[in-house]
Structure formats: structure tokens, C-alpha cells
Write a protein that binds this ligand. Structure first.
Ligand code: NPQ
Ligand code: MG
Length: 370
């Protein structure tokens, strides 16, 4: 494939409601989109870096700058571009997985679209629809939380994930369990919010019968995750810690987790995501697809990933309406009996509506080859 140039586009979209986690709250997204212009046609990618560097070190402005200054020059210099060759060319640049993943996604989309192969098929998916969970942010009080969870269950979500933080954990978790019963598939996510001293507090969550506890401790603290995993009945799942297949192998080997959340942005791409999926399958570690408040572009990639055979737990692959009043980028993903259909069209399998996209675009930068 010959790459003529890459367009970096910033799009501002308000969230349907505030999303609060242990590290902060967001009211809108300032998304960085990547369009590759090739002799095989266009491809789209979404950079999941949030507005601020609070989930990890990456943020949208930084991701755009590293693409412009360091990643695009290396990829635009390739005579024959494939997603795989681009990933190899970007490898000498340290870090910035979300920036790299966005460009990889756009190239995969262009490549597969031209060949008429869906991303799901390319990755090795074996299902045409995936069950969906929903991630529920920290709420002002327990009543508001119960109403919010009730609304999502009415929409059909098959699994609920509560964001927790010190001071917002055992009480809301117990209240949700009591109100909705033993049958509810329930899990929690701390986004690194706890410290080693909090292990006894987290052990109290065992009584709630949770599917898993996600990333209770800081991303570089494998040892405390090992300690909790040894002592708790609730399985420990890692998110922020797992930045590559190599880290995943290490975390599993030392017993820091028994479940892994895969996000293509966090690990530097969809190809690395599949490697993690495969090594987890071999190790008997179930995985599920996380979410980063994506527009329809990133959401399409997540749904394809969630259809892989070892994604045996429902993901945070919610419907578009969970985050957006109207997704102005692509057609919306809508729940059908708690499931989302896996796109079957070539590449990501979603169409970008140029006119509506223009309405929400705040800036466009064109980076030509040569
Ligand atoms: C998680 N996502 O699993 C993340 C965290 C997260 C769906 O729970 C802006 C962009 C704000 C991405 C806040 C879910 C965000 C974000 C939280 C991701 O840990
Ligand atoms: Mg998480």
C-alpha cells in the first residue's frame, strides 16, 4: 500500500453524563482521529488518549504531537506500508502506545477494507455478536447509583462494573448486590486507587461475590497485586499494569492476576492485543475487552476484539448511547438483548459520515508523505 498522507483530526463531543473514577472526572471528550489516505483507499483510527494524563501518561495533545513529530515521519517514509510494517517502524520510539495504536488501527482499516475482510475475521473472531457490560462511574450517593444501575439493567446490559475508590467501595457494592440480587454479574474497578495498607479493606469485598476486582493498586506495584490475589477469593484482574504481551506474561507468571482486561490503545495496538489474547488462552487466563469511551471508530475495533474465543467475560463494549447522546462519527452501536452485533464489512466495518464529522471537528492537520 502506498501512503499519500495522514490527517489528524480533533473532535469534541460532550458525554451524556459526567464519568467519575478514582483518578478524576470527565464531562466531554476531545478525541484525536487518524485518517490514512492510501492508494488502496482511506482508513480510520481512533486514539483513546483522554484529555488529561490521569489514566496513564498519555493524553490527546501529547499523542498528536508524538504522531506529528516522531511516528508519522517514520511511517510516511516507508515505500510500502502495511499495519505490521508501520508497527515495526514505530517500535524504536519508546512508549506512546495509544498514539501508535491509533495509526495501526487506521492502516488495518484501510488494508482490510481494500481486501473486503472484516477486522473481526482478521483477528480470528468466532462469534457474530458479543454480550455487553457497562461501566458505572462513582456517583454522588448510593440512591443515585441504584437508579443508574437499574436504568442500565433495563437496557439489557448483562454485567455491571462499579468504579470504586477509598470511601466509595464496600457500602455501594453491598447496596447494589442487595438491591439486584445474587444473579447479577457484578465487578469493580479501582483504577489504581488503593495502597498496600488497604488490602484488609479490599478483602471485605469478598463477601459481595464479585466476578473480579480490577486494578486495585498502582500500575507498577505487581507485588501488592500478588498479595491480594493470594489472600482474596475475588479474582484479581489487571488493566493499567498490562502494557504489552511481555508484561502480561510476567504478571501471570508471578500470580499478580488471574484475568486480564485488554485495551488495544493501552498495549500499542490490535496486533499486540491479539498476542496477549493468545498467550492468555494458552495460560488458561480469561480476558475481556475494556473500553475508553470510544466513538464508533474505536468501538467497532473493540467489538471485533471482544469476539475472539478467549474473550470469555463480557466487556466494557457498551452501546454508543452509554456515552453519547448521538455518536456523530459513525452509525451508532445499539444493544440487542444485551449484545452488540460484530461488524461484518471490510476493515472496521463502520462508515464515517463526513458531513456530521465536520460539525464536531475542531482542528485538522494534514501530514503529507515525501
Ligand atoms: C477503565 N474505562 O476500564 C477505563 C477507565 C477510563 C469504561 O471504565 C476519558 C477517556 C475518561 C477514557 C475515564 C471504563 C476515562 C477513560 C476512565 C477511561 O479503567
Ligand atoms: Mg479499568
Amino acid at each position: 500500500m502506498r501512503l499519500r498522507g495522514v490527517e489528524l483530526r480533533r473532535v469534541r463531543m460532550p458525554l451524556v453524563g459526567r464519568f467519575e473514577t478514582s483518578f478524576g472526572a470527565e464531562d466531554d471528550r476531545d478525541v484525536l482521529l487518524v485518517r490514512v489516505d492510501t492508494d488502496d483507499g482511506d482508513g480510520w483510527g481512533e486514539c483513546v488518549a483522554p484529555n488529561d494524563p490521569l489514566y496513564s501518561a498519555e493524553y490527546a495533545d501529547g499523542a498528536q504531537l508524538v504522531l506529528e513529530r516522531h511516528l508519522l515521519p517514520r511511517v510516511l517514509a516507508l515505500p510500502d506500508v502495511t499495519a505490521e510494517a508501520a508497527v515495526a517502524a514505530m517500535d524504536e520510539v519508546k512508549g506512546h502506545p495509544m498514539a501508535k495504536a491509533a495509526l495501526e488501527m487506521a492502516l488495518l482499516d484501510a488494508e482490510l477494507r481494500a481486501r473486503g475482510i472484516s477486522l473481526a475475521e482478521h483477528l480470528g473472531a468466532d462469534r457474530d455478536r458479543v454480550p455487553c457490560g457497562v461501566s458505572v462511574g462513582i456517583q454522588p450517593d448510593v440512591d443515585t447509583l441504584l437508579r443508574s444501575v437499574e436504568g442500565y439493567l433495563e437496557q439489557g446490559y448483562v454485567r455491571v462494573k462499579l468504579k470504586i475508590a477509598p470511601g466509595w467501595d464496600t457500602e455501594p457494592v453491598r447496596a447494589v448486590r442487595e438491591r439486584f440480587g445474587e444473579q447479577l454479574l457484578l465487578q469493580v474497578d479501582a483504577n489504581c486507587g488503593y495502597r498496600p495498607d488497604d488490602v484488609p479493606r479490599l478483602l471485605e469485598l469478598d463477601e459481595a461475590g464479585l466476578l473480579l476486582v480490577e486494578q486495585p493498586f498502582p500500575e507498577d506495584d505487581l507485588q501488592t497485586h500478588v498479595e491480594l490475589a493470594r489472600r482474596a477469593r475475588t479474582p484479581v484482574c489487571l488493566d493499567e499494569t498490562i502494557t504489552s504481551a511481555s508484561v502480561a506474561r510476567h504478571a501471570i507468571a508471578v500470580g499478580a492476576c488471574s484475568i486480564i482486561n485488554i485495551k488495544s490503545g493501552r498495549v500499542g495496538g490490535l496486533l499486540e492485543s491479539r498476542r496477549i489474547h493468545d498467550l492468555c488462552a494458552e495460560a488458561g487466563v480469561p480476558v475481556w475487552c475494556g473500553g475508553m469511551l470510544e466513538t464508533g471508530i474505536g468501538r467497532a475495533a473493540n467489538v471485533a476484539l471482544a469476539a475472539l474465543p478467549n474473550c470469555t467475560l463480557p466487556g466494557d463494549t457498551s452501546a454508543s448511547s452509554r456515552y453519547w447522546e448521538r455518536d456523530l462519527i459513525t452509525e451508532p452501536f445499539e444493544l440487542q438483548d444485551g449484545m452488540l452485533p460484530v461488524p461484518t464489512g471490510g476493515g472496521l466495518g463502520v462508515e464515517v459520515d463526513a458531513e456530521r464529522l465536520a460539525e464536531v471537528t475542531t482542528a485538522t492537520t494534514w501530514c503529507p508523505a515525501g
